[in-house]
Ligand binder design. Structure first.
Ligand code: ADP
Ligand code: MG
Length: 276
């Protein structure tokens, strides 16, 4: 079981509205694909269709050559892990138990012997080992996101589908989570990550898929896709794309800041000898 994902001609309509239209996407084992695009572009809908959690109106998704519908639920849970955009509030559960839920698909198999070891490794990699005894709902948004990511890692899937895993995270943990996602890809997993930070996508993705209005606008390497003209058009805001430290950095064009307060303060109002 390798985790090769192929989506062909995916269409999703909800209440007559076309949410996805003609989406083709391949993700190979060993590859990290960033899925980017404006709010409402259809990223979460696409991820749900790729996960088999949403039945597309048109088109097919295959995992290792088999249609997702041919998988039994438990079998699918052993191969693909999904981190949803919104964490489900696991009332009454401690963080350790939430991470251990990732092992559920392996119960009754030989892999069960490794449960404790796998859970410990997942909590350590996501920097939540110090939080495992806390009740999940008492954790901060970023801590909940990392515990949920640890649950996905504990599942040991060959395909990881991560919806905005870095949205609530501080700078250190954003880098940490994407470094782990990259390591999973290096270890042979296929990884799809929805990201809003295009510089993170540039730094960590092998390929970037730009979704807009339910369609794929571009897909390719960061250098092929993260172009100022394309991004400015898709996001309806001008951007600069610059090179820094061997990576592309995407910066929204901003108007200069208003000049400092001295411009509105007359000289007579200023204290020539401010108290220190
Ligand atoms: P993204 O994750 O890119 O922000 P989504 O995939 O969540 O976008 O949603 C794409 C579009 O589909 C949005 O306009 C959203 O409002 C709409 N949409 C998603 N799910 C539903 C639903 N169940 N009913 C109606 N509209 C929906
Ligand atoms: Mg979304």
């Amino acid at each position: 079981m390798s985790g090769r994902l192929e989506a062909r001609g995916l269409g999703v309509r909800i209440d007559g509205a076309r949410i996805l239209d003609g989406v083709d996407l391949d993700v190979a084992p060993g590859e990290l694909v960033a899925l980017v695009g404006p709010n409402g572009a259809g990223k979460s809908t696409l991820l749900a269709a790729l996960a088999g959690d949403l039945e597309p109106t048109e088109g097919t998704v295959t995992l290792d050559g088999r249609g997702l519908r041919a998988y039994r639920a438990r079998e699918l849970a052993r191969v693909r892990g999904v981190l949803l955009q919104q964490q489900r509030l696991a009332f009454g559960f401690r963080a350790r138990e939430v991470v251990a839920m990732g092992r559920a698909p392996w119960h009754g198999t030989d892999a069960e012997d490794r449960d404790a070891e796998v859970v410990a490794a997942a909590t350590s990699r996501t920097d939540v080992a110090h939080l495992v005894d806390r009740l999940f709902p008492t954790l901060s948004g970023g801590e909940q996101a990392r515990v949920s990511f640890a649950r996905v890692l504990a599942q040991e899937p060959r395909l990881l589908l991560l919806d905005e895993p870095t949205a609530a995270l501080d700078l250190q943990h954003q880098e940490g989570v994407l470094a782990v996602a990259r390591a999973e890809a290096a270890d042979g997993a296929a990884v799809v990550v929805v990201l809003h930070d295009l510089s993170l996508a540039a730094a960590y993705a092998d390929r970037v898929c730009v979704l807009a209005d339910g369609r794929v606008r571009a897909v390719g390497t960061p250098r092929e896709v993260l172009r100022a003209d394309l991004l400015g058009d898709v996001y309806r805001h001008p951007v600069d794309v610059v090179e820094h430290g061997g990576h592309l950095v995407v910066i929204p064009v901003r108007s200069p800041r208003a000049s400092p307060r001295t411009s509105t303060v007359t000289e007579s109002e200023e204290d020539p000898c401010p108290a220190v």
